[in-house]
Design a binder for this molecule. Sequence first.
Ligand code: ATP
Length: 595
Amino acid sequence: MQFFELSEYYSKLESTSSRLGMIDILKDVFKNSEKGEIDKIIYITQGVLAPPFEGVEFGLAEKMAEEAVSIATGFSKEEVNSLYKKKGDLGSVAEDLVQKSKLKRMSARKYSIGEVYDSMLKISRSSGEGSKNVKIKLLAEMIASSTPLEAKYLVRYPLGELRMGVGDATILEALSVAFTGERKLKESLERAYNICSDLGLVGAVLMEKGESGIKSFKVTLFKPIRPALAERMPTAEQILEKMHGKAAVEQKYDGFRCQAHKSGKKVQLYSRRLENITSMFPDIVRAVQTEIKAESVIFEGEALGFNEATNEFMPFQETMQRKRKHGIEEMAGEIPLHLFAFDIMFLNGEDYLNQPYEKRRKALEEVVAGSKTIKPSTRIITSSPKELDKFFEDSIEKGLEGIVAKDLESHYIAGARKFSWIKMKRSYMGKLSDTLDLVIVGYYLGRGSRSEFQFGGLLCAVYNKKRDMFETVSRIGTGFTEKQMSELKTLLDKSKVKSRPARVDSLIAPDFWVEPRYVVTVKADEITKSPTHTCGRGSKEKGGAGEEDVGYALRFPRIVGEEAVRSDKSVEDATTTQEVLEMYNNQKRVRVEDK
Ligand code: ATP
């Protein structure tokens, strides 16, 4: 496929207002792509060069892109910059200026997908002295022989601002339709994706090996598995009832999740968001290399600062100081980590995902036995709510977050929030005090004293996994610091889109729509029914609560934390509609019990 064809598809994607419309367009993209390029097309559509765990960054600043546009079109840097200030989108500026450029265009030069991808890789790989000019030159060369529409996406892509709002689930569904004519392969594709975290690879395997290749997809060392997630419940009785009367109950450690892959001496560590964090934790790497009894293994746990002298866990904020790029070894000395291992997914060549919990746990205990740094999570097996409550209280007393109960028979369910794991935290006791992670879908202009920042609040949504849509749940106007407001304004200006994004379901219109891309953590007093928000509206099959005209909203929502947005959560990791409905029901339950 030529890049100009892909650009035309992208232009259509940008203007479609329905998710089904998006799938239809993407299906055509995949049908028309050839072997050897489908993975690249998928990465480009995701706005990346490689899956996240490979850590490939473009390293191209806005100013460099402005200069490339200037060189390629003959307009001065000042002209480019002033048009950018007006439009707020450098891609549209490039499109406009290529159209108006009086420079002699290189005739009929058509870039293939492979050529564009390779040039972008070169841009990302060039580093050190002089790299800035190399990057500018490479981008300018491409823009100089592109059509206006191509120029738009050539500029937006390395800046990470494609603004099409395509999500992973949308791509998977489109792949299924493109190769089978139906949606029926979606589940198998999702499974393959969940165990390799590489959407490009899934597309390439589907094209080369067909359905059978996807169905026989196996865990691979050094391709991180998307983490299993826990549902939440507020009482021991409910948890045990859901788990058929008996469960393993583990301490819930509040540090950061770490997935370790080992083959011989080679060790890599991955975060909850699947970034490669190996270089940040040399102490854990050494422990996995020398203290783990397995030739090859994939296991995971929660890493936590631990004070050997006092035998105490360190608070989350202290542990988090270990997530850094500099001064790594010194910090490792100051805040030594323990890794509390809680699951194993692969052992000595064997895929363990489909083994029951108890068998995985036994293998895990054998593998970590005797290690000083890596311990199995503390747990009990119980069928008594009283015993569960006691274990929970003990965990809280030790400064931990609560417990995670695990279904004894369950498999490891990669990349999904299921009732095979159920968490219970102190915050669930009583009224709503757990935080929610919401997706920003729009923002409002400020009035009065805030108008200096021209920022007046956010329209936020939750993720309805069943529909792969974002449903609005709250307008947030308070709780921002000046710094957060100005940061939000800068970030959101760059992801502004002209109309409601196709995957956003909303009855209200903010002053500006933005591509669903950023997550904020929010606290609220209560969840209430609402006629204006779409969260939870509609039938149960579609993930709603069952009423057509009733949605759910947050009462007194406010932003928590110092950061403006959560850099560790993607929009698909946000709180789901289903979770909001559960919180609503738990709230009700507590109120009834209070009486
Ligand atoms: P939270 O903010 O509550 O940690 P989350 O969205 O990050 O939520 P959940 O699946 O909801 O993740 O909760 C499980 C998380 O708890 C895991 O991601 C893991 O990092 C952490 N954790 C700590 N101890 C355990 C344990 N024993 N078993 C499983 N997960 C644990």
